[in-house]
Design a binder for this molecule. Structure first.
Ligand SMILES: Nc1ncnc2c1ncn2[C@@H]1O[C@H](COP(=O)(O)OP(=O)(O)OP(=O)(O)O)[C@@H](O)[C@H]1O
Ligand SMILES: [Mg+2]
Length: 272
């Protein structure tokens, strides 16, 4: 049985300026995600990636179809799913440490264990020494790292990540990509990761789902057979291998076609 199943999932939002009108963001998504899989989702801006993650998180409900988690329909958020939002969602009145501890409180980790665990995960994302800073005293990338530490600390089965590394510099991004791959391998978590970065998608994913431009449908799911991503014995980077370049090109082509289609649609609508 798949860990996560999308069965003909559609999501429409009501449109305010049209009587009873609706805007279809996702249309007939069918997708199975195995337990312990690392699935990356890419697609043109506005195609419904964040909507897909919100549905899986249980923050919104599908208009039709259903999403099953361990065979049961998703109806609400739960501690079995950790979410890193596209926009950092930290509590402004709490310190970095306090924000990570917050997730632990919600999942019932005993008080005396919380601070230690929270420190450990802040350290993991490279924020040792920043425990006592409040969000407004941290850069955007640091805030995002606090959010990542918070979602990892309470050890959910499923990690849902919406462009979590987009605001980071290249070095930090690459080291967090490696860290996330290590955590994934060590813990066997199921990861659903959204990104705009084709390179990031190929580097992280065991499979990459490419969505169409709106309404979002699954255009193709590309299995990435690259094996371990760590640098080899001679320090060679998998990113510079010919296989990597081929996957990057394939996904680029799929995406490029979609972006071109979206532009065409926009032009037609503007002319109508
Ligand atoms: N609550 C809402 N009400 C109305 N429309 C919405 C709502 N949320 C999203 N949409 C619309 O649904 C579509 C998909 O939005 P979504 O945020 O899922 O896209 P995305 O693929 O995550 O885009 P990006 O790559 O820019 O983050 C967009 O056209 C958006 O305007
Ligand atoms: Mg989004």
């Amino acid at each position: 049985m798949a860990k996560i199943e999308f069965r003909s999932v559609s999501k429409a939002f009501p449109v305010k300026d049209r009587d009873g009108g609706a805007f279809t963001a996702l249309d007939g998504i069918d997708l199975d995600i195995a337990a312990g899989e690392f699935l990356v989702v890419v697609g043109p801006s506005g195609c419904g990636k964040s909507t897909l993650l919100d549905l899986l998180a249980g923050l919104t409900r599908p208009t039709s179809g259903e999403i099953l988690l361990d065979g049961a329909p998703v109806t609400r958020p739960g501690p079995d799913r950790g979410i890193v939002f596209q926009q950092y969602a930290l509590l402004p009145w709490r310190t970095a440490l306090g924000n990570v501890e917050f997730g632990l409180e919600a999942t019932g980790v005993p008080r005396r264990e919380r601070a230690g665990r929270a420190r450990e995960f802040l350290d993991l994302v490279g924020l040792a020494g920043f425990e006592d800073r409040h969000p407004h005293e941290l850069s955007g990338g640091m805030r995002q790292r606090v959010a990542i530490a918070r979602s990892l600390a309470y050890d959910p089965d499923v990690l849902l990540m919406d462009e979590p590394f987009a605001a980071l510099d290249a070095q930090t991004r690459e080291s967090l990509q490696d860290e996330l791959r290590r955590i994934w391998q060590r813990t066997g978590k199921t990861v659903v990761f959204i990104t705009h970065g084709i390179e990031e998608a190929v580097y992280l994913g065991e499979r990459v789902a490419v969505l169409t431009s709106r309404p979002g449908r699954v255009k193709e799911v590309v299995p990435v057979r690259l094996g371990p991503r760590e640098s080899g014995a001679h320090g060679e980077d998998v990113r510079s291998s010919p296989e990597f370049a081929r996957y990057r090109h394939d996904i680029w082509t799929l995406l490029h076609d979609e972006v071109a289609r979206a532009r065409r649609l926009e032009k037609e609508e503007a002319a109508a």
